[in-house]
Design a protein around this ligand. Structure first.
Ligand code: SOE
Length: 387
């Protein structure tokens, strides 16, 4: 047990609320921490449902008034796990109340809002982190280490695809992820944001893009109920106001080239978040559907033995793994979230910067926004540079 507590207020209790609750509940059991997270309060609009959630997941209390909760004296950190349209307001209120802020992706919908969020956390001097959970899959963290050690040399090509199929059925009902006012965009911001973050993490800043977004299914049964990626239909139909698909080419500041594709209409692809990075000395390939494996090809292997090798990133000296299970005992989706709150908690305990922080969050939004501009103009668009 650490000497001091980190009192957490979670806003949102659906898909991400569960993933974050699981992380906060588990982190201190597997990792040695220098601050003890305490699950103080969880907030949501439906008082009864959020109280039941608090009970089930072990939050000390629940509230339907997030404004009151984020200013509580006994709260140190606000975890924003709500749909994107609320991120700016909640994060800014939390920072102004002097709380550290941990926010789901995409940080927000516009660079202008993102800059305000960044200014608020900087002004308040609080820690800030955006949750791009895939960075914390051990195989992805290992890819980062290998790139930094020069194992694949100078990066030339970055190929990112993020494919899902949960919206391929036109009878799948509306939900907040299909409304522009709530979600900002469709596959573009929801999935493309992850790919952009992984590309920035592994290969550096993106400076120019040309791309397109497209909506194939423009009308769906109206929403009845929805939870996570499931929904039931209500009466009538509703217009879809976001894209289904986003595709773009990218120029990186270091001269590398990139291709990006995000869609929720790729039958058979469930959570196919994949990158392939080709460098002057080798290649690295990772896909979430086989998340423990990192493929590595090295031009320095003897000619007779060249070929992709599959590294199972479950050894104790792979990133994060020593906290978990013995070699070969696979990790899953939730471990990335837990690894993230471990890093966040330790950054707060030791007054170290968090990564990825709100600056990374806004830089990702700047790439998304530039693709939107390119989609409208039909030309290459420069990515706004943000400091
Ligand atoms: C739905 O497309 C979703 O849950 C995203 O919102 C997440 O960010 C992604 O990790 C998995 O798919």
């Amino acid at each position: 047990m650490a000497a001091k507590n980190l009192n957490v207020c979670l806003i949102g209790y659906k898909f991400m609320g569960k993933a974050h609750s699981q992380a906060w509940r588990t982190v201190g059991r597997f990792f040695d921490l220098d601050l003890d997270p305490v699950m103080k309060v969880v907030c949501g609009r439906d008082a009864e449902a959020v109280a039941a959630f608090a009970d089930r997941w072990g939050w000390e209390s629940s509230s339907s008034d997030w404004n009151a909760a984020v200013t509580r004296d006994d709260v140190d950190l606000v975890d924003v796990s709500t749909p994107g349209y609320t991120h700016a307001e909640i994060s800014i209120a939390a920072a102004e109340a002097g709380k550290h802020v941990y926010c789901e992706k995409p940080l927000t919908f516009t660079v202008a809002d993102g800059k305000q969020m960044l200014a608020a956390v900087r002004q308040a001097g609080v820690k800030h982190m955006v949750n791009f959970n895939y960075r914390r899959c051990p195989a992805v963290s290992l890819a980062k280490q290998m790139i930094e050690s020069g194992d694949i040399g100078e990066i030339r090509h970055v190929r990112c695809t993020y494919l899902q199929d949960w919206l391929v059925d036109p009878e799948f009902p509306m939900n907040w992820r299909l409304r522009k006012d709530a979600a900002g965009s469709g596959a573009h911001g929801d999935l493309g944001a992850h790919s952009i973050d992984l590309a920035r993490f592994l290969a550096g800043e993106i400076s120019e893009v040309v791309g397109m977004t497209k909506t194939f299914i423009t009308e769906r049964p109206a929403e009845g109920t929805s939870d996570g990626l499931t929904a039931t239909a209500g009466e009538g139909t509703e217009q879809v106001t976001v894209d289904d698909t986003s595709i773009f080419l990218a120029k990186f500041a270091n001269g590398a080239t990139g291709t990006f594709e995000a869609t929720r209409l790729a039958p058979g692809r469930k959570n196919y978040n994949r990158f392939e990075i080709n460098g002057s000395k080798g290649s690295l390939v990772w896909c979430f559907e086989d998340l423990n494996a990192l493929e590595f090809y090295s031009t320095s292997d003897p000619g007779t033995q060249q070929g992709f090798r599959r590294i199972l990133a479950t050894e104790g000296d792979h990133p994060y793994v020593s906290a978990w299970w013995p070699p070969g005992h696979m990790l899953g989706y939730e471990h990335g979230f837990c690894n993230a709150v471990y890093d966040l908690t330790q950054s707060i305990a030791h007054d170290q910067p968090c990564s990825p922080d709100f600056l990374d969050g806004v830089r990702c939004v700047a790439v998304l926004e530039a693709v939107d501009q390119s989609n409208e103009s039909g030309r290459w668009a420069e990515v706004e540079s943000i400091e």
